[in-house]
Design a protein around this ligand. Structure first.
Ligand SMILES: Nc1ncnc2c1ncn2[C@@H]1O[C@H](COP(=O)(O)OP(=O)(O)OP(=O)(O)O)[C@@H](O)[C@H]1O
Length: 222
């Protein structure tokens, strides 16, 4: 298998003065390039913690995460921020669009922050794929929830990340819009050869993925 991301015995403990929570208890996973994975499990099973650690947004207490063979813990915080911006895309339940910028400016933001220029042809394809061509000058407040999430997806795709992490990306949308939006996310990721790792509560949504990873009490059970 052409591996993009691999974990070795990941453990995560959250500790405060009074309590200790073992959120992840030894996770060994391997993700292949260009495939679509979903992570399911009950509330509190450790899904978001896993996603944060896989994407380097948080560090494991024990174990390691390797991206194309390189241990993420070897990066400094600054290097990790640049690495994330170049190689990883994020889609969250909250769309996190910037209200003062229009759709086009929001979509181009990560590329510009990386001091790159958006590729005009690719920009056009992404806008077309996500049905946003006629919304470019609109502001978030003028868009429906589904349209805002399509903007967030376009923003995550435009920087040509190798991998996209999505945490309950359609959790705020009605069923029909959720499935349509998800189909667009899947279609885009496939079209552009990106690996997609998505956390969801929704079994119907999980069924659309190629591999379903089930987590219970911080362990992979299936
Ligand atoms: N920052 C934190 N400090 C302390 N405990 C935490 C923290 N974040 C998560 N936890 C605990 O770790 C466990 C796993 O949480 P996590 O958010 O990963 O679960 P989840 O499966 O994503 O849940 P949900 O589906 O409700 O979002 C839970 O017991 C949670 O209370």
């Amino acid at each position: 298998m052409d591996t993009i991301l691999k974990t070795e015995n990941i453990r995560k403990t959250y500790e405060s003065s009074s309590v200790k929570v073992n959120a992840l208890n030894g996770i060994d996973l391997e993700f292949a390039k260009g495939r679509f994975y979903s992570v399911i499990g009950r509330s509190g099973s450790g899904k978001s913690t896993l996603l944060y650690i896989l994407s380097g947004l948080d560090q494991p207490t024990e174990g390691k995460v390797c991206f194309e063979g390189k241990d993420l813990s070897e990066y400094s915080d600054g290097e990790m921020a640049i690495f994330r911006r170049r190689h990883m895309g994020f889609v969250f339940q909250q769309y996190n669009l910037m209200e003062e910028y229009n759709v086009l400016e929001n979509i181009c933001m990560p590329v510009k922050l990386d001091q790159r220029k958006p590729d005009p042809e690719f920009l056009h394809t992404v806008l077309e794929t996500l049905g946003l061509e006629d919304k470019q000058k609109k502001y978030a407040s003028e868009l429906s929830g589904g349209e805002q999430q399509r903007v967030a997806i376009a923003r995550s795709i435009l920087s040509k990340p190798k991998i996209i992490f999505a945490d309950e990306p359609t959790g705020n949308l009605d069923k029909k819009t959720a499935l349509e939006t998800l189909e667009l996310l899947i279609e885009s990721a496939k079209k552009f050869g990106q690996t997609l790792i998505m956390v969801t509560h929704d079994l119907e949504v999980a069924r659309m993925s190629e591999v379903v990873i089930t987590i219970e009490d911080g362990r992979v059970i299936g």
